[in-house]
Design a protein around this ligand. Structure first.
Ligand code: ATP
Ligand code: MG
Length: 425
């Protein structure tokens, strides 16, 4: 029976074992040959001695190409030199899958292959422990997010991905053919989570969204996953508090569940503090021109002033927020809104706020933004039959992974990125 490599380190001297995995490294010292085997739980050294190991096994240990898949039967030996303090003396090796001799990308620990080439061969890039560490951590992030809100009584929802019109205006959408109608890929679950909040009070989702912007930056993808909540009877401060709590929980879970992965990535984490500042305070603090959005440089500066802190910037000018964000005092002429952004480690991780639940006010705000309320009829109508005050936010899953792990490029935090130039693999 196959054991996972991690379990081998608990086995006794001379115990018979069978392990399966990928050929990670090989070394030939003439009379002694080493092969490092890797599975999802770790690596172990297989050691063969010329005069003690069967000849055919000694041969395979040298000939087998890197990244081939094998199983090894043998016995466990203590070894001070071997990584982890144990090694296996092989008695039988079975080859499941031979890799081609020349690998198209370098998959070793210190791989120098550039990102775009690595992404061309992402399936092979995923053999690397560093890359696996990123996605194991991403799995913890999504699980912690879900767990946290389910415990708090939120309902996990599955919003549609095909929509008939823009829910936000502004962002560009990908059109899709939908029988005789025109439709689009959703750029956010906004409308749908609002409808659920106005009926079932507390909604959460992790869902893909698509944005057809032609940007080519290190922080944007054209397809990304969002972790969203929306809740009834809540304004911007209540939902910011929810964000603060979940981010702290996610970070503590990653610190607890992914010690090995953080080690592999050489990332040290701390559960963050939270700081709440109004847009006006931030404008003064960073000497920004009032009415301007924060640039990436401003975000970095904010991180310098408040390291290891989730910085909430609340009460933005309505002019900088989408039409559906509630203006202060429900006043369509108000300069400021109930909308916020959250920055962490020098980058925006989330936007949100209180939404407009009053149809007439929505119509006014749409017009103020130069949008035609007729195009948003079904959205506006959804608030005519008992819609309470509500609010929510959205964290980009890949963006958050990038920020948390200090990755240079968001593509590192996306299994199979979709960007302007990439649809394969
Ligand atoms: P940014 O200002 O960083 O471009 P945004 O304000 O346009 O983002 P929102 O509509 O506020 O984005 O989306 C909510 C969150 O989703 C963002 O805070 C970010 O974490 C993530 N996000 C938004 N757009 C993208 C994208 N193109 N690729 C990856 N993540 C994104
Ligand atoms: Mg935003």
């Amino acid at each position: 029976m196959r054991s996972y490599i991690k379990e081998l380190f608990k086995k006794k001297e001379s115990e018979k074992v069978e392990v399966s995995g990928w050929v990670h490294e090989k070394r030939d010292l003439g009379k002694i040959r080493f092969l490092i085997l890797r599975d999802i739980t770790g690596i172990i050294q297989i050691t063969a001695l010329k005069d003690k190991t069967k000849e055919e096994i000694f041969e395979i240990m040298d000939k087998i190409p890197l990244e081939s898949v094998i199983s090894v039967k043998g016995s466990v030996k203590e070894s001070k030199q071997a990584p982890g303090g144990k090694e296996i003396f092989p008695e039988k090796i079975h080859t499941f899958a031979l890799s081609e001799e020349r690998l198209p990308i370098d998959v070793s620990e210190f791989s120098k292959t550039e990102l775009s080439k690595r992404l061309d061969y992402r399936f092979l890039d995923l053999h690397r422990r560093k890359i696996q560490a990123i996605f194991k951590i991403q799995s913890t992030i999504a699980t912690a997010f879900r767990e946290h809100f389910i415990k708090k009584g939120f309902i996990e929802i599955q919003p549609p991905s095909i929509i008939s019109s823009a829910s936000e205006g502004g962002t560009e959408l990908f059109p899709v053919k939908y029988f005789e109608k025109s439709a689009y890929l959703a750029q956010s679950p906004q409308l749908y989570k609002q409808m659920v909040a106005c009926s079932m009070e507390k909604a959460m989702t992790i869902t893909p969204v698509w944005r057809a912007e032609k940007h080519n930056t290190v922080r944007h993808l054209n397809e990304c996953r969002q972790m969203d909540i929306e809740m009834a009877f809540a304004g911007q401060f209540e939902v910011m508090k929810q964000l603060e709590e979940v981010v702290k929980y996610i970070v503590s879970e990653v610190m607890d569940k992914n010690k090995e992965e953080l080690d592999i990535l050489k990332v040290k984490l701390k559960v963050p503090e939270a700081k709440y500042l109004s847009y006006e305070e931030v404008v003064k603090l960073l000497k920004i021109k009032y009415g301007e959005d924060l640039s990436p440089e401003h975000e970095k500066l904010l991180n310098k002033k408040f390291p290891d802190t989730i910085v909430f910037i609340h009460s933005w000018p309505t002019s900088l927020k989408p039409f559906y964000i509630m203006p202060k005092n429900q006043d369509p002429e108000a300069e400021l809104s109930e909308g916020f952004d959250a920055d962490y480690k020098g980058m925006e991780i989330s936007s949100g706020g209180q939404r407009i639940h009053i149809p007439e006010l929505l119509e006014k705000m749409l017009k103020k933004k130069g949008l035609n309320p007729k195009n948003f009829k079904s959205y506006i109508d959804s608030f005519r039959f008992g819609a309470p005050k509500h609010g929510g936010w959205s964290i980009g899953l890949e963006r958050f992974t990038q920020v948390l792990l200090g990755l240079n490029n968001i593509r590192e935090a996306c299994l199979f990125p979709r960007d302007r130039n990439r649809l394969i693999p």
